[in-house]
Design a protein around this ligand. Structure first.
Ligand SMILES: Cc1cc2nc3c(=O)[nH]c(=O)nc-3n(C[C@H](O)[C@H](O)[C@H](O)COP(=O)(O)OP(=O)(O)OC[C@H]3O[C@@H](n4cnc5c(N)ncnc54)[C@H](O)[C@@H]3O)c2cc1C
Length: 649
């Protein structure tokens, strides 16, 4: 009884927060405080950092956050519901989300003011990720396809209906036989000039559309991707608007609809299967901004050859990839908020200097190293996202290629980083992490698919690498150079944590990777291999190249964001995060030692520096999560508050 009282006292004390960290944000060894207890304290002005991190559409954000906080329906979880109930709740929440969108943004903003849509998305305070997925499918995939691929008439006709939910759309690209290689989809749309119609067919079992979000139960319209055939000529993959359900909810003539069934997560989304048997759709159903068939039955396109059209026709995915990267920051932030708060309040095992107190989890070096690097990654991705949205908001369309590559790099990096963050955060909370009410486990399974949909990460990294190689052909990169002998002797913290050391290391790894992949491909092709075989045989180093570019890009944007931060205290804390982000990459990739870029002494120094940095960041860690504006505390995760009190009978 006495011991329980003592524990409660400590936890309450922790939650009240006595400031043991210097108010200027400087680092100190807080584990040696007189109380022996590490407190959760505000170590810098988190509101000011939040304003810096999320600078635009502040009024709209404020208004939206009030709505999210005041409407329990929006944050209602799906724990314990049957499949049917889960889907029903998700649809109700989706409808409310759509009405919120209508009150605050316009679907045209995806093109004209993407920052506004980003701000809207960053305000989601969901427990049920299926809700935002349904919204994303209807608004950002179905709606964006019409916005980016539709003619003016198609846009004007359909987009208001998307916003008002006069129709519910889905996005049918993937087939049973082809997910990553969507250029090879088999669905065919053949033009019948006599009736001015396209005839849509799924010629094989593998050509059925598969995993289509919203198709199993809810959607009545779909953007369907199919190979366009006009006369005897195949014109490549094009998008068509197809009514898949009639007004009574039954499949339209020639359309077969199936249900993909129960999934490992995200069951609020009704993923379905579609097959087409001589489905006739009018000539105007082809989304025709980049190619259409005129009244005379002639196909024309401003973009040739067909392969280039394909890139435009799946362009709607770019925004969806960015949304995945935004979601990754949000859900990592929740996982870190919950696991860090718990780690401050949870105690296990006595130390030998004990004044009869068990040690807080957060004081364990292993715990610090398991959690804090994820905080660095989350901030790093945030600044990468900010760069992307600025790029997208620029009207200069010359940056189309960069937009595509940055979206792919961010989506892949962020979704893998979030997968790892949620896994570590879950384990760091022990059994509590496994309870749905503590959210990490739920988010872990629901965001798992981020690594696969909107483009599988491995394939996206390959696209990044392809772009880098073609850029390097156009404008050769500098030669890879290792550090000088005298530089390699520098093992002090100042040198190793400097932005210059980190960026030079990342640049050189990238240059070497480019040269290495180029040489391997040239050699293989020189030995008679086809380009495709040479590419596939070099898959692992190509993947490494994509990652090396992405990590370098994200580090650059992170540094830029930190350098420009007007609040010097927050800036000094984020500087620690940048160093940790960079050093962690160097520690994890044995390239730096393999290519003798760093000395073994430097490697050892980095190995020791990382836990040191983690420990210094710990006192600021909860403030850093707070500045991101979204943590599990707000969503009511039990272990981010007074979990003993909450477990009273
Ligand atoms: C919950 C959920 C929702 C979805 N929603 C939609 C939707 O609304 N609309 C839609 O059109 N689709 C949707 N999808 C489909 C999704 O986009 C695809 O699953 C994804 O593109 C991957 O395709 P795949 O499943 O066919 O995998 P595959 O392409 O078969 O890939 C399987 C594995 O092989 C690897 N691989 C494949 N090719 C290569 C290569 N060349 N080199 C190296 N490795 C390779 C991949 O990295 C991957 O690990 C959804 C899927 C799920 C699970």
């Amino acid at each position: 009884m006495e011991s329980a009282k003592r524990r409660i006292n400590h936890i309450t004390q922790n939650l009240i927060g006595v400031n043991d960290v210097s108010s200027d944000g400087s680092n100190q060894d807080t584990s040696s405080q007189s109380s022996g207890v590490l407190e959760i304290t505000k170590t810098f002005d988190t509101d000011s950092l939040n304003r810096y991190l999320f600078p635009y559409n502040r009024d709209m954000r404020k208004k939206l956050l009030e709505v999210w906080r005041s409407e329990p329906l929006l944050t209602q979880p799906t724990f314990g519901l049957s499949l049917k109930e889960e889907r029903e709740l998700s649809v109700i929440q989706f409808k409310r989300l759509l009405s919120l969108a209508k009150e605050n943004i316009s679907i045209w903003d995806i093109m004209n003011d993407p920052k506004k849509v980003a701000a809207f998305t960053q305000c989601y305070r969901l427990k049920n990720i299926a809700t935002s997925t349904l919204f994303g499918v209807h608004y950002s995939l179905f709606g964006s396809s019409i916005l980016f691929l539709g003619s003016d008439e198609q846009r004007n006709y359909y987009l208001p209906k998307v916003e008002n939910l006069d129709l519910m759309g889905c996005f049918a690209l993937t087939e049973l036989g082809h997910g990553s290689n969507v250029q090879a989809i088999e669905t065919i749309a053949e033009y019948d000039h006599s009736k001015e119609e396209f005839v849509l067919n799924s010629p094989t079992i593998t050509s059925q559309k598969y995993f289509i979000g919203g198709a199993a139960k809810n959607a009545n319209f779909s953007v369907v991707f199919a190979q366009l055939k006009v006369g005897e000529k195949m014109e490549g993959v094009h998008a068509f608007i197809v009514k898949i359900r009639d007004d009574s909810g039954r499949p339209t003539t020639g359309v077969k609809i199936g249900d993909c069934g129960h999934k490992m997560a995200l069951n609020g989304v009704d993923n379905g299967r579609l097959m087409f048997n001589n489905v006739r759709i009018p000539r105007e159903s082809l989304l025709s901004r980049y190619g259409g068939v005129n009244k005379a039955g002639i196909y024309s396109s401003p973009i040739n050859p067909a392969i280039k059209r394909f890139a435009h026709n799946i362009g709607a995915l770019v925004f969806g990839r960015y949304i995945v990267s935004l979601g990754s920051v949000s859900f990592s932030s929740v996982a870190l908020g919950v696991s860090l708060r718990y780690a401050f309040s949870r105690k296990q095992f006595f130390g030998d200097d004990s004044n009869a107190q068990e040690k807080q989890l957060i004081t364990y070096a292993t715990h610090q190293k398991r959690l804090i690097p994820h905080l660095a990654n989350t901030y790093a991705v945030h600044f990468g996202n900010e760069y992307f949205i600025h790029l997208l908001a620029e009207k200069d369309k010359k940056n189309d290629k960069e937009i595509h590559i940055v979206a792919s790099a961010l989506k892949s990096y962020a979704s893998w980083a979030t997968r790892d963050c949620l896994q570590d955060a879950r384990e760091c909370c022990g059994g509590q992490g496994f309870l749905s009410e503590n959210l990490i486990g739920i988010f872990k399974s629901e965001t798992e698919i981020y690594t696969t949909f909107e483009g599988d990460n491995v394939l996206l990294y390959q696209q990044v690498a392809k772009f880098i190689l073609s850029e390097a052909r156009r404008k050769p990169v500098p030669e890879f150079t290792v550090q000088s002998d005298s530089q390699k002797k520098q093992c002090d913290r100042k040198y190793l944590t400097s932005f210059e050391f980190l960026t030079t290391a990342m640049n050189n790894r990238l240059y070497q990777n480019i040269a290495y992949v180029t040489d391997k491909l040239t050699e293989a092709i020189g030995n008679g291999k086809s380009v495709m075989d040479a590419w596939n045989d070099s898959g692992n180093i190509i993947l490494r190249l994509g990652i090396a570019y992405s990590e370098k890009f994200i580090l650059d944007k992170f540094i830029n964001g930190v350098v420009n931060c007007p609040d010097s205290t927050a800036q000094s804390v984020m500087t620690l995060l940048v160093s940790l982000y960079g050093l962690n990459i160097i520690e994890k990739d044995n390239w730096f030692l393999r290519y003798n870029y760093i000395s073994t002494d430097q490697s050892e120094a980095i190995y020791q520096l990382i836990p040191e940095l983690c420990k210094e960041i710990v006192p600021h860690s909860v403030s850093l999560v707070d500045a991101l504006g979204f943590d599990g505390n707000e969503l009511g995760a039990t272990i981010s508050g007074d979990w003993i009190e909450k477990n009273k009978y």
